[in-house]
Design a binder for this molecule. Structure first.
Ligand code: ACK
Length: 910
């Protein structure tokens, strides 16, 4: 109230005869407003005085300091029991300041206030009035503000001043964090948790926190900040390191002087720069002195021992201030050890051995072996340390020595082979030693019966690399060793090779056959055998051809990406076609790399054929070109009636093209959808047989397709299905079914068609192709239905993981569904091979009766059923069952609680 200029005009009740506003001079002679009341002689006093509305301004607990004087009742002559020496303090919370009258009942009492000191005599001029100061606090949290009221019940009081205030914890900086001015809590015991913010140029070490106590005191500081690199704490702030100092990490205690051979020119350095000619390795800490590369190794000496050299040296004179000196013999091409003839030096071959190693040597000695005999070598040894690379140090740190190796015996002979093995003889041949070390004068063959060990052996000598060994015992294991001799003497014997002679009287191959004997023997039983064999072969013709082919198959698919030059692969496997012999007719689709067209191809000397032409759109990258042509390089290796045939490629002019046979009916999935329900089961199985046959061929070639799906099978006008889509990139990019969601690096996967192990850890094998084949079977029998319908990929993965498998499509023969389920065995070793699948399908085609039993009713397609239910709102469950011929299940369903169509919607396959 002391700060209020002019009258206070607080509300008083009664408005007259109760509290009265009186202006007086304070101790400093400044006029102040006071309220007085002194109705001590009248009983039943109830005088109210209410302050103006006081906004609480965010405060939750306010303090009321009242200064007042009070007259001692005893000093008042003639007063009876009516005189009081206290007054009451009230408050009332309110959102508005418009309350014009005092509604006593809405006020809450804070306290009864008594005087510490009262006075007996009124003598204002002498200032003997005793001034009391009382403070009370009150919680105000519910409204925007409040009123205070003073109730007098018959005392003689003067309210000299009223001060209302709240407490804050003042803005402060603690542990390099700033805490703002904070209002204290509502209760006397409450602590307000406050988060500090790091001062400039500092970062949080641990979240800075403090508590603001009810008295406006900061309590319990926790956490704090650290000055950034290049700054240190000075006077509660972060100040930059001065020139010549640095601080690398915020956790470093303060700025430190630059280490030797380094400097910092500007304030705030986090690291000191090296002086010219000094360096720091990537792994050197900033506190480490800058260093230099070593000088050259010293006193390199060599000792030659036949075809080995021992090299020794002493460490460099100057280590550059480091202790990580190592030595390198740079590899060929980098100026390392080299062999010289009279005119030029050539790098040493990779067969030269350095022991303990060629680079990163921590010792000063190395043995170089496997050198050529009689040859001049120069060895260069580099000294290096952690800063050699940074300094670009070169020849200055190296020293060299030249030596000539001695004459040496040849290295051992390897790769010994035996051919023409009979009961008593064999032919032995071998390769020349890797290092003959001179002209080979002869070979020596030592051999003995294995049982005899070397107790008795025979020796044969020859100039050539083969020898016929005769006079051996039948069915006996012999051990052979071969060694070569030059002018320098014999080399070491080869490792032992063991061969056994035959028990058979006839040689397995070729020589030593007694033809008369053979003729007689054969003619005796031959005719009979031939007759029975012919019967057997005819009856088992298929199996014979099958196994015969398999045992003689040698062709294995070659990954074109193993060729360094992709053009070499393409020209090895694909024929270059002259663009003038191609006649493009129309666009039939879009492939990953550009349009797919149909057209005609006329190659000289052959009849014109229809072809499909894939072209690579302009503006392609090298990678796209390689990926595009890789498909042709792969396809060109295949030759099978169920694999799309490559006619050739156009690579010599643009656009690049891949020409394949034309498949009139396009891709299988779209074809089946277009002809839903129009084929017999045998026709469908025929298609599946074709695909299985193509896949068996691919698996025999060791080729894993990875994207076998009906969309990647093409169909010609005779309903022959052929496997297509061999691009190496295709699995990863161009298949819209492929998704990257479940994959770590390595590309995308067509989830619905892919075996779980291939999804989980990219284990793509022929067995994962078999899984995909099972899905293709399902696609075919369901006429191009989408596997797992509209389930999302995540749910498909989850369902498969939990053992769910696609049910048999409508009218699917039980045997076919069983075959699908076999393809979807979790353990890939349990899945059938393509060969077994092919056999099975052939058997079914031969016995169409086995295809008759369908599980149609049992495996009603859930989605189709559900669609029908949800669109047939007027039907009852019973009517609907009738409409699909399954009314006999009504009771079973009812017993299981399915009585309405709605409840049936919740039915799962399980
Ligand atoms: O389903 P479709 O008609 O069959 O649409 C695609 C399109 O080109 C993009 O690949 C079709 N297609 C691809 N290769 C051949 C081919 N050799 N013969 C006929 N159509 C083909 C495929």
């Amino acid at each position: 109230t002391r700060t209020v200029p002019g009258e206070l005009k607080w509300a008083a009740s009664p408005s007259e005869g109760g509290w009265e506003e009186v202006s007086i001079m304070d101790e400093k002679n400044i006029p102040i407003r006071t309220y007085q009341v002194c109705n001590v002689l009248e009983p039943n006093q109830n005088n109210w005085l209410r302050t103006d509305w006081i906004p609480r301004s965010g405060a939750q607990r306010v303090y009321v300091e009242v200064k007042f004087t009070l007259r001692d009742c005893n000093s008042l002559p003639g007063v009876t029991g009516t005189c009081k020496e206290t007054f009451n303090l009230y408050y009332h919370e309110s959102n508005e300041d418009r309350e014009s009258y005092i509604k006593e009942s809405s006020f809450i009492k804070v306290d009864t206030v008594a005087a510490d000191e009262s006075f007996t005599q009124v003598d204002v001029g002498d200032r003997i009035m005793k001034l009391n100061t009382e403070v009370r606090d009150v919680k105000v949290t519910t409204r925007k503000g409040f009123y205070l009221a003073f109730q007098d019940v018959g005392a003689c009081i003067a309210l000299v001043s009223v001060r209302v205030f709240y407490k804050t914890c003042p803005l402060t900086v603690r542990n390099l964090a700033t805490f703002p001015d904070t209002i204290t809590g509502a209760d006397t015991s409450s602590l307000v948790e406050v988060r500090g913010s790091c001062v400039n140029q500092s970062e949080e070490r641990e979240e800075p926190k403090m508590y603001c106590g009810a008295d406006g005191e900061w309590l319990v500081p926790i956490g704090g900040c650290l000055c950034n690199p290049g700054y240190e704490e000075r006077g509660g702030a972060c100040k930059a390191c001065r020139a010549g100092f640095y601080k690398a990490k915020s956790t470093d205690p303060g700025c430190a002087k630059c280490p030797p051979h380094s400097h910092s020119l500007r304030d705030g350095a986090t690291i000191c720069d090296c002086h010219a000619g000094f360096f720091r390795a990537d792994t050197d800490p900033p506190s480490m002195a800058c260093t230099q590369p070593p000088s050259a190794p010293q006193q390199l000496i060599s000792v030659v021992n036949e075809t080995s050299v021992v090299l020794e040296w002493t460490p460099p004179h100057r280590l550059g201030g480091r202790s990580d000196t190592s030595y390198n013999f740079p590899r060929p091409g980098a100026g390392g050890g080299s062999v010289s003839s009279s005119q030029f030096c050539a790098p040493c071959g990779s067969d030269v051995l350095f022991s303990p190693g060629q680079i990163g040597l921590m010792t000063t000695r190395v043995v170089v072996s496997e050198l050529r005999a009689h040859t001049h070598y120069t060895f260069i040894v580099h000294a290096r340390n952690g800063v050699s690379q940074a300094s670009g140090a070169g020849a200055a740190q190296s020293v060299s020595v030249s030596v000539t190796t001695n004459q040496a015996a040849p290295s051992p002979v390897s790769s010994i082979q035996a051919t023409d093995v009979t009961r008593h003889s064999l032919s032995l041949s071998w390769q020349q030693p890797d290092r003959p070390n001179g002209v080979i004068l002869e070979y020596e063959v030592k051999f003995y019966e294995k049982d005899q060990r070397e107790r008795s052996y025979r020796i044969m000598r020859t100039f050539s690399r083969s020898v016929d060994v005769t006079g051996l015992n039948p069915l006996t294991v012999y051990v052979f060793h071969v060694r070569a001799r030059t002018a320098a003497g014999y080399g070491e014997f080869s490792t032992p090779f063991e061969f056994s002679t035959n028990s058979d009287p006839f040689p397995l191959i070729g020589e030593g056959v007694n033809s008369a004997f053979l003729l007689l023997s054969v003619s005796g039983v031959g005719i009979l055998l031939l007759i029975s064999a012919a019967v057997f072969i005819i009856s088992r013709r298929y199996i014979y051809i099958h196994t015969h082919r398999q045992t003689h198959r040698v062709k294995i698919y070659v990954d074109p990406f193993t060729y360094e030059d992709p053009d070499q692969a393409i020209h090895e496997f694909a024929k270059e076609i002259d663009v003038s012999s191609i006649h493009i007719e129309k666009v039939i689709g879009m492939g990953e790399f550009g349009e797919v067209c149909s057209g005609r191809l006329r190659v000289q000397g052959k009849r014109e054929i229809y072809v499909a032409i894939k072209s690579l759109k302009a503006g392609y990258s090298d990678k796209q070109r390689r990926d595009f042509l890789s498909e042709a390089s792969i396809m060109g290796q295949f030759d099978h009636p169920n694999i799309i045939r490559l006619e050739g490629v156009v690579t010599r002019c643009k656009p690049l093209m891949i020409i394949t046979e034309y498949m009139e009916n396009g891709s299988l999935d779209a074809f089946l959808r277009k002809h839903d329900g129009q084929f017999t089961v045998i026709q469908l199985v025929g298609m599946l047989r074709g695909i299985a046959s193509g896949m068996k061929y691919l698996s025999d070639m060791n080729y894993v397709h990875r994207d076998l799906a009906a969309r990647n099978i093409l169909v010609n006008s005779n309903l022959v299905c052929k496997v297509s889509d061999f691009g190496l990139s295709r699995v990863l990019e161009d298949d819209p079914e492929a998704t990257g969601t479940y994959l770590s690096p390595g590309g995308k996967i067509p989830i619905r068609w892919t075996a779980p192990e291939a999804i989980a850890y990219r284990k793509f094998t022929t067995a994962s192709d078999v899984w995909s084949y099972g899905i293709v079977m399902w696609e075919v029998v369901s006429y191009g239905e989408r596997p797992y319908w509209d389930m999302n990929n995540q749910d498909v993965i989850k369902a498969i993981e939990e053992g769910y498998r696609l049910p048999a499509p409508m009218d699917c023969p039980v045997v076919l569904h069983q075959l699908m389920l076999d393809c979807w065995e979790r353990d890939r070793a349990e899945r059938p091979t393509f060969s077994q699948i092919l056999n099975m399908l052939d058997k079914l085609i031969r016995n169409p009766g086995t295809l008759r039993r369908t599980g149609g009713e049992r495996y009603l397609q859930c989605t189709k059923a559900k669609t029908e239910i949800s669109t047939s709102k007027v039907w009852s469950l019973c009517e609907w069952l009738q409409s699909i011929g399954l009314e006999r299940y009504r009771d079973t369903l009812a017993a299981a609680g399915y009585t309405s169509l709605d409840s049936l919607l919740a039915l799962t396959h399980q």
